[in-house]
Ligand binder design. Structure first.
Ligand code: TYD
Length: 209
């Protein structure tokens, strides 16, 4: 049986990921593609418990980074790998690019440590397990900030200063330029129609490939 495809969605908090994720999964359903939708940090019962801690409890920054990878290991072992092996597609709200953007870019932790963790958690005989496609929803900081100001309680990351998010965005761009085949940068300041047209084209290529 053909292996499923793995798609991740990335972007600053407030970039509109949730809307696009809902649209994309509706498209998969419409195309008759068996799939699961998940998220990081989270995705498994243990991962969701760790998510609550990660989003709410103050902790050492290295602990935060290690927990992100611990959640990912659990997620890969119990959900992502079995689904892909069974031919199901996986749509994941954030994956390792978020760690490079937030923990390396935002928090300023040393990038070398992450290559080790990534190899440990995602290493396979034939290389690293990575998404087949990553959609990076890109908006300037002002737009993400304005969209976040919706009155709900902000989590530990969303409460960070502007400079933190500038570094996160920059780190996403750096990562996108070094993985141009996999990461597609989507200008998410445009209207939904334009964005959905672009997503449909990207999706059609992935489905054929
Ligand atoms: P998100 O699912 O976007 O939150 P929301 O439910 O509010 O849309 O992501 C939760 C937060 O976790 C987000 O601020 C980014 C952060 N994060 C990291 O810092 N590192 C990571 O590796 C991941 C996966 C997420």
């Amino acid at each position: 049986m053909a292996r499923g495809k793995f798609i991740s969605l990335e972007g600053l908090d407030g970039a509109g990921k949730s809307t696009h994720l809902a649209w994309l999964t509706a498209l998969l359903t419409q195309r008759g593609i068996d799939h699961i939708v998940s998220r990081e940090p989270g995705g498994t019962p243990l991962g969701e418990k760790l998510r609550t801690l990660l989003l709410n409890d103050e902790m050492d920054l290295e602990t935060e980074a290690l927990l992100m990878f611990a959640v990912r290991r659990e997620h890969l072992a119990h959900l992502i790998e079995p689904a892909l092996a069974a031919g199901r597609w996986v749509v994941c709200d954030r994956f390792t690019d978020a760690t490079y953007a937030y923990q390396v870019g935002g928090r300023g932790l040393a990038v070398e440590k992450f290559a080790v963790l990534e190899q440990w958690v995602q290493g396979r005989q034939d290389g690293l397990l990575q998404p087949d496609l990553t959609l990076l929803f890109d908006v300037p900081l002002e737009v993400s900030r304005a969209r976040l100001a919706g009155g709900r309680v902000l989590d530990r990351f969303e409460r960070e200063q502007d400079a933190f998010f500038e570094r996160v965005r920059h780190a996403y761009h750096v990562r996108a330029s070094s993985s141009a085949g996999r990461i597609k940068v989507i200008d998410a300041t445009r209207t939904l129609d334009f964005i959905q047209d672009e997503l449909a084209q990207i999706f059609a290529k992935l489905e054929q490939g």
